[in-house]
Ligand binder design. Structure first.
Ligand code: ATP
Length: 300
């Protein structure tokens, strides 16, 4: 579990994180979203004890990072995939990390296998593509078999196969009961990977929600098609729904879900050909949520 409580951080006159509170629970992938400069990296650095907050605190498993006895076995973090010693082989890079944390070489081979780098383990990491460096960074993250994982933009630089692989890896790590926090500025990616979403803008919390709740919140009514649309309109209105006629057969219904519409139609034996909830895509929902928090926007 990760707990962020009333966290604030300024750099000079810029407020990076502004009284931010949220909890990331185990057993789910939680997407950490926000436009550029929203404060995601700063928050992650504070959770990892790499930066000190001005006020508030961040706890991992109920404790501050600095007080964890075996940090690598409790938290795995991938902040910058390029942070490897280019002259070392992938194996040596991981081995040096492992040995300084009381982890043996067998585990190094295991994580290399897990991220698909076994065949290039003896190659210099400096020669790796960004995608391979991301895999190596993930291997380092997994070395201590930690219960909490924090990953900053892990799909950057990965090809579609790599993106799918990382998505499945994160989901399986969460299914094992781990706490997984993944930052991204791509809602489309998070919609496929995450169960929960924490959205921030200008350092403040905008939404702390499940993907499903967000979809429901941005629902745009229900599309209904029936050959007896007029009759159905009366029945739905009598039951309190708002109904807009779209064509002779098609209606847009607001204030009532698909179940209610189905029951009313069935009770009157009105045939219905289509009943479809219309929601904004999560991408649209995200843009709407963060519209006031974007610093730089292209003219339209
Ligand atoms: N070390 C620093 N010194 C000065 N300002 C900083 C520093 N780190 C972050 N900032 C500022 O704090 C704000 C939040 O930055 P942060 O990198 O945390 O955002 P982010 O959500 O991770 O953005 P991105 O998606 O662009 O990586 C920005 O305005 C940034 O310029």
């Amino acid at each position: 579990m990760i707990e962020v409580r009333e966290l604030s951080k300024r750099y000079g006159r810029a407020t990076a994180v502004d009284n931010l509170s949220f909890t990331v629970r185990p057993g789910a992938v939680t997407g950490f979203l926000g436009p550029n400069g929203a404060g995601k990296s700063t928050t992650m650095r504070i959770v990892l004890g790499l930066d000190a907050p001005d006020t508030g605190e961040a706890l991992v498993g109920g404790r501050r990072y600095a007080t964890l006895r075996r940090p690598m076995s409790e938290v795995g973090a991938l902040l910058d995939a390029n942070a490897v010693h280019g002259g070392r082989s992938a194996y040596d890079h991981l081995l040096s990390l492992a040995l300084t944390n009381g982890i043996g070489p067998a585990r190094v081979r295991e994580v290399l296998e897990q991220v698909g780098l076994s065949d290039v383990a003896r190659k210099r990491a400096g020669k790796f593509s960004l995608g391979m460096k991301q895999r190596l960074g993930l291997a380092a993250t997994l070395l201590g078999d930690p219960a909490v994982l924090l990953l900053d933009e892990p799909v950057n630089g990965l090809d579609p196969d790599g993106v799918r692989w990382i998505r499945e890896l994160l989901r399986s790590l969460a299914a094992d009961g781990r706490t997984v926090l993944v930052s991204s500025h791509l809602m489309s990616e998070m919609a496929l990977t995450a169960d929960r979403l924490i959205v921030i803008g200008r350092g403040r919390l905008i939404a702390d929600t499940s993907v499903r709740e967000l979809e429901a919140r941005f629902q745009r009514g229900v599309f209904v098609r029936s050959p007896r649309a007029l009759e159905l309109t009366d029945a739905l209105r009598n039951a309190g729904a708002e109904v807009v006629k779209e064509s002779d057969e098609a209606l847009s219904v607001h204030g009532m879900g698909v179940d209610g519409i189905g029951e009313i139609a069935a009770a009157r034996s009105i045939p219905v050909y289509e009943v479809m909830p219309r929601s904004a895509s999560l991408e649209e929902a995200y843009l709407e949520l963060t519209a006031d928090s974007v610093d730089y926007r292209a003219a339209r």
